[in-house]
Design a protein around this ligand. Structure first.
Ligand SMILES: NC(=O)c1ccc[n+]([C@@H]2O[C@H](COP(=O)([O-])OP(=O)(O)OC[C@H]3O[C@@H](n4cnc5c(N)ncnc54)[C@H](OP(=O)(O)O)[C@@H]3O)[C@@H](O)[C@H]2O)c1
Length: 308
């Protein structure tokens, strides 16, 4: 089978299309004939070597941890059968999904949403699971609460706006002017242009912040919360001392796998309550171009690598 591999850390040019054996499945695993892999910022952060202190991968490595495809073969203890369309976020500690075939465990996947093109479904799991984890496991958002979602036009942000609205929250999103109507269309009640407006000066007394930007944006977000409010960051280290001083709760978040939650996401998609916007689709061989696009930090919605 064809798969993308990198043998050394570096820029996108280290990504090579190679021939590899089709992987072997575990007794509770399935072999997925991949239709598409979602491209996420973590893919190029790993490739560039930014994560090697916390995730010591053995190279060469196949990047990508979002998948949608058809079950080709199933182990005797698997919960899926050949021919089923599935999607999921695979275990980030092993080879990823930029490949024609991927072996996964049953608990990493769910039946894909029937109402969405299977290729496009590959853009959902990692970003939407992250949004869900942040909003409901970490921030514990409830109806009537106010939440600021940074990078609201991005992969995680776009799902966060939609899921927070579904929960009955009041949602404020940050994005550039070009994405204003898009973010409002996802359900945001208010949009702040991060290039021309100062969110920290405009906002105060909020219940929650979901930060997907880090750096200065994260540093300036603590002050928009009410006492007892909550902040979660997926993009930078949080300042515990500052949180204590302000009487707020701050957390970092790191995503695991959850096929069961993917099933919940598929149900929301099939009920017409959750959508996924696709920014671009690239053939597998153009993985480097796909990652370069992700690295711009300007992507609206999801990037996909297609194998069919
Ligand atoms: N910890 C975890 O488990 C976890 C999981 C998923 C993602 N992450 C991390 O979370 C971050 C976001 O991921 P993602 O997939 O959503 O990224 P993404 O899709 O690449 O985000 C791109 C978006 O960021 C927006 N943006 C850039 N700078 C901004 C700023 N200063 N203020 C507001 N918006 C800004 C852009 O909107 P405009 O063009 O409109 O500015 C663009 O739409 C990444 O760092 C990723 O690695 C962590």
């Amino acid at each position: 089978m064809k798969a993308i591999r990198f043998h050394e850390y570096g820029d996108a040019s280290v990504l090579k299309l190679e021939d590899l054996p089709i992987p072997v499945i575990a007794p509770d695993g399935v072999l997925v004939r991949v239709h598409a892999a979602g491209v996420n910022p973590i893919d190029w952060k790993v490739r560039a070597g930014y994560m090697k202190a916390v995730r010591p991968f053995v190279l060469p490595l196949t990047p990508g941890w979002d998948i949608a495809g058809i079950v080709e073969a199933a182990g005797p203890l698997a919960r899926f059968t050949p021919g089923q369309a599935v999607f999921g976020k695979t275990d980030g500690n092993r080879d990823g999904t930029y490949a024609e075939y991927v072996a996964v465990k049953s608990d990493e996947i769910a039946i894909a949403p029937g109402s969405m093109n299977l290729v496009d479904a590959a853009g959902v799991p990692l970003a939407a699971l992250t949004a869900w984890m942040c909003l409901f496991d970490k921030l514990q958002i409830k109806a009537g609460q106010s939440v600021l979602v940074h990078a609201a036009a991005g992969g995680v942000g776009g799902f966060s706006v939609q899921l927070a609205k579904l929960a009955g929250a009041r949602v404020i999103g940050t994005c550039s002017a070009a994405n204003r109507e898009y973010v409002l269309g996802l359900g945001a009640d208010e949009v702040i242009d991060h290039r021309t407006e100062d969110f920290a000066a405009k906002l105060s007394g909020l219940d929650a912040v979901l930060d997907g930007v880090g750096g200065e944006v994260l540093a300036r977000s603590y002050g928009v919360l009410r006492a007892g409010g909550s902040l979660v960051s997926i993009a930078g280290p949080v300042d515990e001392a500052k949180a204590k001083e302000l009487g707020i709760i701050v957390q970092r978040a790191a995503l695991g796998v959850s096929g069961a939650r993917c099933a919940d996401l598929a149900a929301l998609i099939d009920a017409g309550k959750l959508t996924s916007d696709v920014a671009a689709r690239f053939p597998l061989a153009q993985a480097a171009e796909a990652q370069r696009l992700s690295e711009t930090g300007r992507v609206r919605g999801k990037i996909l690598l297609t194998m069919v």
